[in-house]
Design a protein around this ligand. Sequence first.
Ligand SMILES: Nc1ncnc2c1ncn2[C@@H]1O[C@H](COP(=O)(O)OP(=O)(O)OP(=O)(O)O)[C@@H](O)[C@H]1O
Ligand SMILES: [Mg+2]
Length: 305
Amino acid sequence: MVRRLMERLRGLRKVAPRLLRPANVKADRAKISVAQLGHRFSNKVVALQDVNLNVRSGEFVCLLGPSGCGKSTLLYALAGHVTPTGGTVAIDGKAIQGPGPDRLLMFQEAALFPWLTVRGNITFALGARGVPRSERRERADIFIQRVRLEGFADSLPHELSGGMKMRASLARALAVDPTVLLMDEPFGALDAQTRVHMQEMLQAIWLRSGKTVVFVTHDVQEALMLGTRVVLMAPRPGRVVEDLEIHLPMPRSLEDPSLDAMARDIRHRLRAGEVSPLEAQHLEPVPRRTQTPSSLPRPSVMTGR
Ligand SMILES: Nc1ncnc2c1ncn2[C@@H]1O[C@H](COP(=O)(O)OP(=O)(O)OP(=O)(O)O)[C@@H](O)[C@H]1O
Ligand SMILES: [Mg+2]
């Protein structure tokens, strides 16, 4: 019994490296290309330093890392809401100058107009994008159906649950048809069960839409459930420590033991990455027993389920 358990654990340890492999996307093949990106806020905080990231068209890339590692800053630079202080960000080979209709940014809050119905929120967004009035209602209803909100098209946001509001927001995002979806912890405020439903729905929609998604999370399991790739980031200064492809078929299940094995591996890599280059210099020559608590890697703040 114990021997069988040990064999199983040994087997799982081998699974993670096989399923997580370093990504290697060349800039000339990329839909999104980030090169030597740096951002320093006016308060001198270095939110990003020398970030390089190439994303292929149709990939689902999760940015994963502890609070303050620059995930949102990187996402906002892609959205064109933050003008980085160094480096370049390009989509389809063109430098990003500001927000554009090819990209759509979604947050934790559903951000619906409270005085408009679900359908009204979507048709309003379509109108703002120049879709002719005659097409708006039909298009809105297609996406209301896709997020399974039939029967709630005429409801106001305050009549919906948190998960339903997020589905309405997702329907609006998909209806305006951006090629790139940028999502900043969109399910962070939802309860665990609703969150899993939203993840399944987003994955199903992504599989059929072929959109390029950059999804910020600090939940390891969420990244492993959704991503074709996971980009691990670390703070002080905000940087990318690893960029890994996830070779596990979709749809995935939280009960899959290889997902657990990967999660352990990722947490380990994140803890290693949390030691800043400056701290690492101090760490290496110092014998283990004389290390001060402050020079040791801090405990990870990753969410674990
Ligand atoms: N507008 C701002 N002005 C000054 N500093 C900022 C600003 N926005 C973010 N920062 C700082 O930049 C760093 C990166 O912030 P960012 O919001 O990108 O992190 P994050 O990884 O998204 O964190 P979280 O998981 O908490 O959302 C942090 O140290 C933060 O305090
Ligand atoms: Mg953030």
